[in-house]
Design a protein around this ligand. Structure first.
Ligand SMILES: [Zn+2]
Ligand SMILES: [Zn+2]
Length: 313
């Protein structure tokens, strides 16, 4: 099983600025199926950027109706259903994702809901399918219907808090998790309404005692504080191995020993593309294979002449 982070940013400002990417994460080969969780803005593009195939998903989970969680949900549903030509997959999420609830949602059009199974998750309600089961977990957040989940396949449990503030019963929902993924927007004791800070996550991890904890959904202050440092402090205080997600992080899960899972930095294919562009521009700067510096300068001068003449027109 693999978990791939197509973004580790969250909250309005990290999203608008793309200080960190906001494509959510993928769980691949979990009970033989692939899921995209909270596909925020960029999820489709980030999938290609980090080499995961958006058409190879069996489920889309959207925790609540905030754009950093549902921005790309509809296009991923189209990827899952072959452009809405096939009945395929399952869409899971909060009530507000499917139906309008007060000021929130719906996050999906009727059209996009129509070719997949729809499952509204409610805290503590378990739904069983042949390849997996899923339980909704409670949140206290802006969207009152927001949910996290605990998914189980082959006796292995992955828990995701989604956006929530810390509250006493939070640990109860996530008890028994092998892997706990937390949305930790702020560093230290720097709590903000509706979200957890590192100190809250320490309390949660200490109580749930997962085998591996992963922090993601970082806001501006967390990014400046360095999430890796924060994860180290969770680790020290709880004894649970804790990772800070980064954009393009793949965690190759060791199901027998989750604490020994491998963390891999995925190749950024767009960055590779940029390098290719550099190769082309080098090529053009040396039309006759001439490597001498004078010629290079000539080329740059030519370019600037071109720019100047273009600018003067
Ligand atoms: Zn969020
Ligand atoms: Zn939110």
């Amino acid at each position: 099983m693999k978990i791939t982070f197509l973004g580790s940013g969250g909250g309005r400002f990290a999203t608008i600025s793309q200080k960190r990417m906001t494509g959510g994460f993928r769980i691949d080969n979990f009970g033989g199926k692939n899921y995209h969780v909270d596909p925020g803005p960029g999820a489709l593009v980030r999938s290609y950027q980090f080499g995961v195939n958006p058409t190879k998903i069996d489920g889309v989970f959207v925790s609540h109706s905030h754009t950093d969680h549902y921005g790309d949900a509809e296009i991923l549903i189209e990827a899952m259903t072959r452009g809405m030509t096939k009945n395929n997959g399952i869409i899971m999420g909060s009530q507000s994702v499917f139906e309008k609830y007060k000021r929130w949602g719906p996050a999906l059009s009727n059209y996009h809901k129509s070719n997949s199974k729809n499952l509204i998750l409610v805290p503590n309600k378990i739904k069983k399918f042949p390849s997996f089961s899923i339980k909704g977990t409670g949140t206290i957040h802006g969207d009152p219907t927001g949910v996290g989940f605990q998914m189980e396949a082959n006796d292995f449990k992955i828990s995701y808090t989604a956006d929530t503030r810390y509250f006493d019963e939070l640990a109860k929902y996530h008890k028994g998790a092998d892997i706990l993924i937390g949305s930790v927007l702020r560093p230290g004791e720097n709590s903000i309404k509706g979200h957890m800070c590192t100190e809250d996550f320490i309390n949660l991890v200490a109580d749930v005692k997962p085998k591996l904890a992963i922090m993601t959904h970082f806001g501006f202050k967390m990014i400046s504080a360095n999430p890796v440092k924060e994860a180290i402090s969770v680790n020290k205080r709880t004894g649970v191995r804790t990772l800070a997600a980064f954009d393009g992080m793949l965690v190759d899960i060791n199901e027998k020993n989750p604490q020994k899972s491998r963390m891999i930095r995925l190749k950024d294919r767009f960055a590779a593309h940029m390098k290719q562009e550099e190769v082309y521009s080098n090529h053009f700067s040396k039309p006759n294979g001439d490597k001498d510096k004078k010629n290079k300068n000539k080329h740059y001068n030519k370019n600037s002449d071109f720019n100047n003449s273009f600018g003067s027109k």
